[in-house]
Design a protein around this ligand. Structure first.
Ligand code: NDP
Length: 240
């Protein structure tokens, strides 16, 4: 889908990949709706992106997905593209991951992402078109110590996306998944528990490049344009 004049809804737009995606979509002529919890960040973005619209909301709230879509449709008339990006990490061994930590990351990375996708379907279905890009993670492709529960949430996201892609195709809705590898954002700082990783301390001989959020945003919009799925950003990604 060409995003010029399209309505693009980005969750987790207050920093990192979501912010870069909102900025790029706006630059390419989309009408952008943004969601996150940090109001001051969103206020600044709305000022930077004339005509855009932001909702300060926690996507895990029970009524949040329906409310986000309702208010976006109220403002822009429809939702053409959902970039389902809000997410968080958990850096703990599987054996030591606590119940509340597991529940809260599943609630955000799995349940809220699923409910956001469900919430946009009726509007897209009524018009016979729409695109959902679910932001997963390259960690689902490896057994990296400390990432087990986080990667499991993203694996769940990938699986329901793959099935929804088949189920929603007859309605003209394209569901894609994108797996970014390590990307220089505030993600490391927001990783719950354990020792969060600083991008400045990464070894030089990593088997893949650390990417910029802007590069991942380009890939997200390329995914929207192509309708492809399962794109993995690999070692040839732009260097941060
Ligand atoms: P950031 O921490 O910069 O961005 C995360 C975004 O999610 C923020 O805008 C944050 O906003 C928002 N968010 C978190 N919790 C909630 C919530 N409950 N309700 C609404 N918004 C929320 O990290 P990234 O940009 O790196 O992460 C974006 C996505 O990319 C995540 O899904 C992550 O798992 C994935 N990813 C990241 C990689 C990396 O190396 N950085 C690699 C692979 C995947 P706020 O705090 O204002 O609510």
């Amino acid at each position: 889908m060409d995003i010029a004049d399209r309505v693009v809804l980005v969750t987790g737009a207050s920093s990192g990949i979501g912010e870069a995606t909102a900025r790029l979509a706006h630059e390419r002529g989309a009408r952008v709706a943004m969601v996150a919890r940090r109001a001051e960040r969103l206020d600044r973005l709305v000022q930077d992106l004339p005509g855009s619209f932001a909702l300060t909301m926690d996507v895990t709230g029970e009524s949040a997905p329906a409310e986000i879509v309702r208010r976006t449709v109220e403002r822009f008339g429809r939702v053409d593209v959902l970039v389902n990006n809000a997410g968080r990490g958990l850096n703990l061994p599987v054996a030591d991951s606590g119940l509340e930590q597991v529940r809260s990351i599943v609630e955000l990375n799995v349940v809220a992402a699923l409910r956001m996708m469900q919430a946009v379907v009726p509007d897209m279905r009524s018009r016979g078109e729409g695109v959902v890009v679910n932001v997963s993670s390259g960690t689902t492709l490896m057994a990296l110590p400390g990432t087990g529960v986080y990667a499991a949430t993203k694996a769940a996201l990938e699986q329901f996306s793959a099935v929804a892609r088949v189920e929603l195709a007859p309605d003209g809705i394209v569901v894609s998944t994108l797996l970014p590898s390590l990307t220089r954002t505030e993600f490391a700082g927001s990783v719950e528990a354990g020792e969060s990783r600083s991008y400045d301390d990464l070894p030089d001989d990593l088997p893949f490049a650390v990417q910029t959020a802007e590069h991942v945003a380009e890939q997200i919009l390329a995914t929207v344009a192509s309708g492809e799925t399962g794109v993995v950003l690999g070692r040839d990604g732009a260097q941060a």
